[in-house]
Design a protein around this ligand. Structure first.
Ligand code: SAH
Ligand code: AVI
Length: 334
């Protein structure tokens, strides 16, 4: 079913969303499939309920998590040049917008060139999406927000982004790194097919670097990232009636050099049975059993350019910080 509910929240903010009961059923089905699989796995998209989005925002402020700060600096330096690569007016689409804090740098650059602007954020975290959309329409009188609360894939398959305007799509924050390579390719291909030749995709990604820097960025000493991961257990307790004991799991993040990703896990500290009534599943964990919660792939520029060309884009320009930590590539739909 692809029913959605749509409503004008304010005069310049329209929200499209999946009806709530369907979202809970999908969560339950995905949890059952992931905990019946070996090794156990859960999709990182379920980190992001209201609390998960707030914990992610806290991560972006950690000294060890350099990604957000470096990307913000790149957008502050090159935002005008990026927007200037297109004729005006443009509309801006964003996948996984979150708080959209860095997006403001792109909106500022666009609004220097055109009087009004349409911004179309997509995010699975409805609370974060509504909060950021309200904040943006309040801060930018010339902005109209058409937001979509839901998963990227069904939204793109339903062609909800079709537009006659020139579009600059944003996929920031190394979000692409949370997809397995075939899924990243499918997502970028779907996005290209919803855009038109000549439209742009600005993709932000973390570059490969020393293991020690990466492992510290993903397992910070304050434990914010551990709490962010454990929130998926808490969320199953809240929404699916599960009885996870959060203290019985320990968080671990390791750089997998062969795979090119930081892999995150929640590891059972002791043997235990967990019941998840709404997913109709019982799991008997042995001590040391790990649930894979997230992969964060790291890239070289060449890898992104190759992924882009297999997905229907050509590279216009790539920007990197002086330390070579992070990159933004402006891709054009071929
Ligand atoms: N762009 C922001 C936020 C990144 S966090 C930044 O760079 O800081 C990742 C965001 O993507 C979250 O807001 C999360 O809710 C959203 N997200 C993750 N998986 C998603 C999916 N499958 N479909 C839609 N949104 C998703
Ligand atoms: C949103 N995503 C790109 C983050 C990342 O870096 O993989 C999520 C995150 N996980 C742990 N810290 C941050």
């Amino acid at each position: 079913m692809t029913r959605t509910t749509t409503g004008a929240v304010t005069e310049r903010f329209v929200l499209h969303r999946d009806p709530h009961p369907l979202r809970v059923a999908t969560f339950a089905e995905d949890v059952r499939a992931g905990l019946e699989a070996r090794p156990y796995q859960l999709s990182p998209k379920y980190f992001y309920d209201d609390l998960g989005s707030a914990l992610f925002e806290a991560i972006t402020r950690l000294p060890e998590y350099y990604l957000t700060r470096v990307e913000r600096d790149l957008l502050a330096t090159y935002g005008r040049e990026i927007v200037g690569a297109f004729g005006e007016p443009i509309a801006i689409v964003e996948l996984g917008s979150g708080s959209a804090a860095k997006t403001r740098l792109v909106l500022d650059a666009a609004l220097e060139r055109q009087r009004t602007l349409v911004y179309r954020p997509v995010d699975i975290s409805a609370d974060a999406l509504i909060e950021s959309s309200l904040a943006l329409t309040a801060a930018y009188p010339a902005l109209r927000v058409e937001a979509y609360a839901g998963d990227y894939f069904p939204m793109l398959r339903a062609r909800r982004l079709a537009s006659t305007d020139r579009v600059l799509a944003l996929f920031l924050g190394s979000n692409v790194g949370n997809f397995e390579p075939p899924d990243a390719r499918e997502l970028l291909t779907l996005l290209a097919s919803s855009l038109r030749p000549g439209d742009g995709l600005l993709i932000g990604y973390d570059l490969k670097k020393d293991r020690s820097i990466l492992e510290l960025a993903y397992d910070d000493p304050t434990g914010v990232t551990a709490a962010f991961n454990k929130n998926v257990l808490a969320r199953m307790n809240r929404e699916l009636g599960a009885d996870f004991d959060l203290d019985a799991f320990r968080f671990r993040a390791n750089w997998d050099d062969a795979g090119g990703a930081v892999r995150s896990y929640l590891v059972a500290e002791r043997a235990q049975r967990v019941r998840i009534p709404l997913a109709e599943v019982k799991v008997d964990f042995s001590r040391g059993d790990a649930i894979h919660t997230e992969s964060s792939y790291k890239f070289s520029r060449d890898e992104i350019v190759a992924l882009a060309s297999r997905s229907g884009y050509t590279e216009r320009v790539t920007y990197t910080d002086a330390g070579g930590r992070y990159a933004l590539s402006l891709l054009i739909v071929a």
